[in-house]
Ligand binder design. Structure first.
Ligand code: GLA
Length: 680
């Protein structure tokens, strides 16, 4: 992928220093080019105390234009003012969003005769001070961006602050800037700690309180040294608006929980909520997980054109309260088997925020207990659902069936008010929701009382699309369910013959009463897939309908390579000069699922890195038969010829072709499943 290649190359540029820069930074000779490696080997230093300046005591909240505009022309004064207005009008300011931040491309490429930065007169005709005044007049704050290098990251070559730290910081302060994001491009191979500390001192010298955001992408483990340098530090490379990127960043940021606290935050990059590359369910997961990780909440979508659903997500005050809790703990992983994540965050009032996050592509039961998330022993607990905005009581079990890629976010407390809430119930489903049209499928649902109190007059219902038949074959009601007991109901579900393949919604609902008679309802949205039985004989996978796909860069391509991010922009599948007329073109992290209905035997393919890449791509291939890895390669690079991969998939309902990044992060990872075939 050209785009990523450029970025990687850019970051490796190490140049000679000018005498002027050396003088400013107090160095006597060029910094060693291999600095990053040297730092990585240094022993882990104990975390330094946070900056004692009272800033960013909770994670910064606000907006930054980068994720929605990059350098495009719509990043301008009008946009920034528009966002400030919306913060006020839509209640986001009241919800805690405060900083309106400008990213790269706000300046002209050249400094003026006095070495001062010059705002781009087309984007910011009134200058930066005028924008700051506008934002301040609305009770908000303004942020700006530059790089701890000779130039910023954009290829147009905007000036960076290396060697100009004191003058640039003063200029920002004079404009009324309240927040600086300090990037890492064109850093001339100089020591990161020195570069970032110089700017810290320069900001301090202005006397203006300025939140200082270190953006060196986690390359020098800033969590180990930056607590007394900046208020937050990026822990990873850039996020992009897709599930794989968000997930991979989340997984890199989660283990760093111990380093976060008031005035010192891990920054897994800005929010993509509302930018359109994920579903609202996925964006709720993104927002839930950033909040439980006490991440900065910087909105990255153009609020002038987002949906009401986006405002509902970004404006959920109960979720924001998890992020902004004054104790300042980052949530820690309690368990993560099979992509079923439990993450718990200690809150100042003694309660725990608990995220039940389902990484997988199908609904999963995710369960923990009050004890496991750190709550004291008690008769019962109050359990608050932060997306449903409803409270229940639980005897100690915290569990739910979580939809694919969804997150149930809860706040659980050992208090004495639990009895006023109805018991929590857990909704469950057994049986496959892969349904062949015209054939009856058997499903079993369950409604289990998790409460200390009994659930009374319980009834379960299962709904599907209007023309489907959903029939209960056993009772759908129970007079009373004591703690831990379940109402189980068997159903047959039939999609009429001729129903087109695809995803359809099923809804399981339970309604019941608490002992005092209060009515409660619990709803579980489920997805059924109408599937086609696989054809018998041998077929090319590039020609068969799939169940689902995920891909790291644009869509999976049929019978061509991945190409760039648009659909249908691939090239002939080519591995080391060998061209395959049939197959699948992907980009790590990728997964393609096929319904095989226990009727198939083998999958074969010639796999490798496509020639459309430079020398950087490295991937590994896996074939899964339901939950079992049936075949895999080691890491394959661009230099290698295609490798033959063959898997026995006998008895599998679903076969999954997975392409991973080979363990080295995602750069130019174009994988080909050449000549991929399925035999049934
Ligand atoms: C880097 C940063 C991004 C963004 C761009 C701007 O890639 O990590 O967040 O600021 O530069 O060019």
């Amino acid at each position: 992928m050209r785009h990523l290649l450029t970025r990687t190359t850019r970051r490796r540029v190490v140049g000679a220093l000018t005498a002027g820069l050396l003088g400013t930074l107090g160095l006597t000779g060029p910094a060693p080019a291999a600095h990053a490696e040297a730092t990585a080997q240094a022993p882990a230093a104990p975390a330094a105390p946070a900056l004692d300046d009272g800033l960013a005591l909770t994670p910064p909240m606000g907006f930054n234009n980068w994720n929605s505009t990059h350098c495009r022309a719509e990043f301008n004064e009008e946009m920034v003012k528009g966002i400030a207005d919306i913060f006020v009008e839509k209640g986001l300011k009241d919800a805690g969003y405060q900083y309106v931040n400008l990213d790269d491309c706000w300046a002209l490429p050249a400094r003026d005769a006095n070495g001062k930065l010059v705002p781009d007169p087309v984007r910011f005709p009134g200058g930066i001070k005028a924008v700051a005044d506008y934002v301040h007049a609305r009770g908000l704050k303004l942020g700006i961006y530059t790089s701890a290098g000779t130039k910023t990251c954009n290829s147009a070559g905007f000036p960076g602050a290396l060697g100009h730290e004191y003058s640039d910081a003063q200029q920002f302060a004079d404009w009324g800037v309240d927040y600086l994001k300090y990037d890492n491009c064109n850093n001339q191979g100089m020591d990161a700690k020195l570069r970032y500390t110089t700017m810290r001192d320069a900001l301090k010298a202005t006397g203006r309180p300025i939140v200082y955001s270190i953006c060196e992408w986690g390359e020098n483990k800033p969590w180990e040294w930056a607590a007394d340098v900046g208020h937050l530090w990026r822990t990873t490379g850039d996020i992009s608006d897709n599930w794989g990127s968000m997930l991979s960043i989340m997984k890199q940021n989660l283990p760093l929980a111990q380093y976060a606290g008031p005035g010192q935050w891990n920054d897994p990059d800005m929010l993509e909520v509302g930018n359109g590359g994920m579903t609202d369910n996925e964006y709720r997961t993104h927002f839930s997980m950033w909040s439980i990780m006490a991440a900065p909440l910087l909105i990255g979508s153009d609020l002038r054109s987002v949906s009401e659903e986006t405002f509902d997500i970004l404006g959920n005050r109960e979720v924001i309260a998890v992020d902004q809790d004054p104790l300042g703990k980052q949530g820690a992983v309690v368990s993560s088997e099979g992509g079923r994540w439990v993450v718990a965050k200690e809150m100042k009032d003694g309660s725990r925020a608990v995220a039940l996050f389902n990484e997988t592509g199908s609904a999963q039961r995710i369960a923990t207990t009050a004890g496991a998330v750190g709550l004291p022993e008690a008769d019962a607990y109050t359990l608050r659902d932060l997306w449903q905005h409803k409270s229940y009581n639980t005897a100690g079990t915290i569990s739910a069936t979580v939809p694919a890629r969804g997150t149930v976010l809860l706040r659980v407390s050992a208090d004495d008010k639990w009895a006023k809430n109805p018991p929590a119930v857990e909704l469950g489903l057994e049986g496959s929701t892969l349904i062949e049209a015209g054939k009856a499928a058997a499903l079993t649902t369950s409604v289990t009382d998790l409460g200390r109190t009994p659930a009374k007059r319980v009834s379960a219902s299962l709904g599907g699309p209007a023309d489907w038949t959903v029939k209960a074959n056993s009772p759908t009601t129970a007079g009373v369910l004591p703690t831990g007991r379940a109402l189980r109901t068997k159903w047959t579900v039939t999609a009429p013959a001729g129903t087109p393949p695809g995803s359809y919604e099923l809804t399981l609902k339970a309604s019941y009463r608490s002992p005092s008679g209060t009515r409660a309802e619990s709803v579980l949205p489920l997805t059924a897939s109408v599937v086609v039985a696989p054809p018998s004989g041998t077929s090319y996978l590039g020609d068969l309908p799939w169940l689902s796909t995920t891909n790291g860069w644009g869509p999976v391509e049929r019978n061509t390579s991945n190409g760039e991010s648009a659909a249908g922009d691939g090239n002939p599948l080519t591995i080391n000069d060998v061209v395959y007329a049939k197959g699948l073109g992907v980009h790590a992290e990728s997964s393609i699922e096929y319904y095989t209905g226990k009727a198939c035997e083998t999958v074969t393919a010639q796999v490798g890195v496509d020639d459309e890449e430079g020398s950087e791509g490295s991937v590994a291939f896996e074939i899964w038969a339901d939950g079992t890895k049936a075949a895999s390669t080691g890491v394959l690079t661009n230099a290698q010829a295609a490798q033959a991969l063959s898997a026995d998939v006998t008895g599998a309902q679903v076969v999954r072709l997975v392409t991973t990044d080979g363990g080295d992060g995602i750069t130019s990872d174009h994988g080909d499943w050449g000549d991929a075939r399925l035999t049934c």
